[in-house]
Design a protein around this ligand. Sequence first.
Ligand code: G3P
Length: 217
Amino acid sequence: MKFFVDTADTKDIAELAATGLLDGVTTNPSLIHKSGRDFMDVTKEICGLVDGPVSAEVVALDHPTMMKEAEILRKIADNVCIKVPLTIDGLKTCKALTSEGTMVNVTLCFSANQALLAAKAGATFVSPFVGRHDDNGFDGMALIEDIRLIYDNYDFGTEILVASVRHAIHVLQSAKIGADVMTAPPAVIRSLFNHVLTDKGIAGFLADWEKTGQKIG
Ligand code: G3P
């Protein structure tokens, strides 16, 4: 499963990219606002920090204006992935862009039927929002299971990008279901490295090593 980080904070992105485990970045208008940076500037900088796809979202609601925005965004770098909302105009834009070889992430997916439409529109990625699904009394991970089943039934190439990830259990469940990608805030990705028994084990080994009086090298 690929790991994307869901942020426009370049410090966090650079730190996580340095682990060698980061496969891409997702942003959205709220994350751009949180960064306090100019959209074009920060997107360009992010594209230079990772080799993988960097999702940059259009804000228009109609197909012709979405295409104009996408035209501007895709000139930023080769690894820009245009993010469009799961609407009729969004999917028209998706179809047009992917036919030209541009990567598209269809976002704000909340049902398996919507995901089916995104795949039929040739989406590179579909982003079901599991956390927001859970918040509203639905089962976010059941949605991922349904999409996996449907995509496998028809051999769709669209990658399931689990979004709105809130905690490590969402990551674990995504991997067990066989999602292609998950995008999570930096804190959730960092939490995956931690285990109290790892810390305890290191402390024990180092204490015993010190007693040997030896050095490596
Ligand atoms: O980037 C889309 C998605 O991951 C947003 O997550 O936490 O705002 O529901 P959240």
